[in-house]
Design a protein around this ligand. Structure first.
Ligand code: AMP
Ligand code: MG
Length: 422
């Protein structure tokens, strides 16, 4: 046939197709946020075992911090009312007040007592002078007045008052929070049980077992270890659903297992509409699939579905796209499902160490890191197959949906991996 002409790539072959609805990233995020709900199961844990867990109830201070007025320094305590300007010389009471060893008596007005950091202010003491500002012979103490009333003391409850809310529902506990809760006499907390995140890889070309030899046409499963460890970093329980060949029956069985063992499933590969894209075909048939063609680069197709009521994120197979889609969409979504609320990554605005221009239509994420000069440099290649760039980077530069030209020195949005909780 002479009229058969091979297709020719045009310069704009990757431009936005006409008449196709592309979902902007923000709209996709809004829809996702509206669609998901948090876990309902909770449990009670000792505070010491609750780091990383999400509070399912407000924490109310059982006692004040500090519980009683005490000294902030090592020094000498007295009643401010009996002191004035100029050199002050006060007789010392025979005893002392130390942390854990309160002075039971009363310090008479015009007298002073040796007092150490953390000691409860004895009756008759409202002010403390630093020992470095004093001279003493053991019987008297001398210092320069005037001294500010209540100097070097801490008021009872000045940090947290008994009965007030110290931490609220939805807060993910970090090490400093354990200090706070413990100080407030809170021994146990009500927390959500951890979210179980199933991770599944698909593809006939994928070798699922890292120790297995790979034939020339095969590649190792890069996504599953990455996604499992992302889930763990997000405080979830990773559930390895394995690697499955492109066989609808096997994928279906794996999704069934996932729906039993997990609260949410992340799949990678087979999510677009190609011949071999069994995940999307299966989800379309049995899983109320919504395929979102998200206006972003990398990682356009994001398949969202419910499998036996369990949300399934069909992430792109390409590891760079899988990572970006997981960080941008799955991260905040899993945070919401965990009870911790939607998690917006905290962006930094930094000067660009690169030049780039982009067209309107798609939000772009570039693998990037902060250079020695404090500018954001991007990975040499934007090729989405370059997994090394993900590892080289310490974060992503986010370029807006609109067209943009960036010159070195221009401010850009940098999202450190840490901002995604990674
Ligand atoms: P797909 O979305 O299945 O068309 O896959 C897109 C690209 O990602 C293909 O080059 C796949 O070989 C590759 N890919 C899919 N899954 C994985 C995986 N788990 N690890 C590494 N590469 C993958
Ligand atoms: Mg595939």
């Amino acid at each position: 046939m002479n009229d058969l002409i091979p297709p020719r790539l045009r310069d704009d072959c990757f431009a936005m197709p006409q008449g196709v609805e592309w979902v902007p990233v923000d709209e996709a995020l809004d829809r996702l946020r509206a669609a998901l709900v948090p876990l309902t199961q909770t449990e009670t844990l000792p505070v010491a075992k609750a780091s990383g867990r999400v509070l399912a109830a407000d924490c109310i201070a059982r006692r004040s911090n500090p519980p009683r007025a005490n000294s902030a320094v090592d020094g000498y305590g007295f009643a401010h009312g009996a002191t004035g300007s100029g050199v002050q010389r006060l007789p010392l009471v025979a005893d002392r007040a130390a942390a854990g060893q309160p002075f039971a008596g009363t310090v008479p007005a015009g007298h002073a007592i040796r007092i150490l950091t953390g000691a409860i202010l004895p009756e008759g003491v409202d002010t403390v002078v630093l020992e470095e500002d004093c001279a003493t012979d053991g019987a008297m103490v001398a210092f320069d007045g005037p001294v500010k009333p209540r100097a070097n003391t801490r008021k009872a409850g000045e940090d947290v008052a008994e009965g007030t809310v110290a931490l609220t529902t939805g807060h993910r506990l970090r090490p400093p929070d354990l200090a706070l809760l413990s100080a407030l006499g809170i021994a146990e907390v009500r927390v959500y049980r951890p979210l179980r995140v199933g991770v599944l890889s698909t593809g006939d070309e994928i070798v699922g077992r890292p120790a297995e030899a790979a034939r020339p046409h095969q590649i190792y499963d890069a996504n599953r270890p990455m996604l499992l460890s992302m889930a763990a970093a997000w405080g979830a329980v990773p559930v390895d659903l394995g690697h499955i060949r492109d066989d609808p029956a096997l994928i279906s069985a794996a999704l069934d297992r996932g729906a039993e063992a997990a609260d949410v499933i992340l799949t990678s590969g087979g999510a677009s509409a190609g011949d071999e894209d069994h995940v999307s075909a299966l989800l379309r048939e049995k899983g109320q699939l919504t395929s979102w063609r998200i206006a972003m680069k990398p990682g356009r197709p994001l398949a969202l579905a419910l499998w036996s009521g369990v949300p399934v994120f069909g992430l792109p197979g390409n590891p760079v796209a899988a990572f970006v889609c997981a960080a941008i969409f799955a991260g905040p979504a899993l945070s919401l499902m965990s009870g911790a609320g939607w998690a917006e990554p905290l962006a930094m605005t930094l000067p660009a160490g690169f030049a780039k221009s982009k067209k309107a239509g798609r939000r772009e994420y570039l693998r990037a890191r902060i250079g020695a000069d404090g500018r954001v440099e991007t990975f040499a290649s934007e090729g989405s197959g370059r997994i090394s760039g993900l590892s080289w980077a310490t974060g992503l530069v986010e370029l807006p949906d609109a067209a943009m030209t960036i010159q070195p020195g221009d401010p850009v949005r940098f999202l450190p991996y840490q901002a995604f909780g990674l």
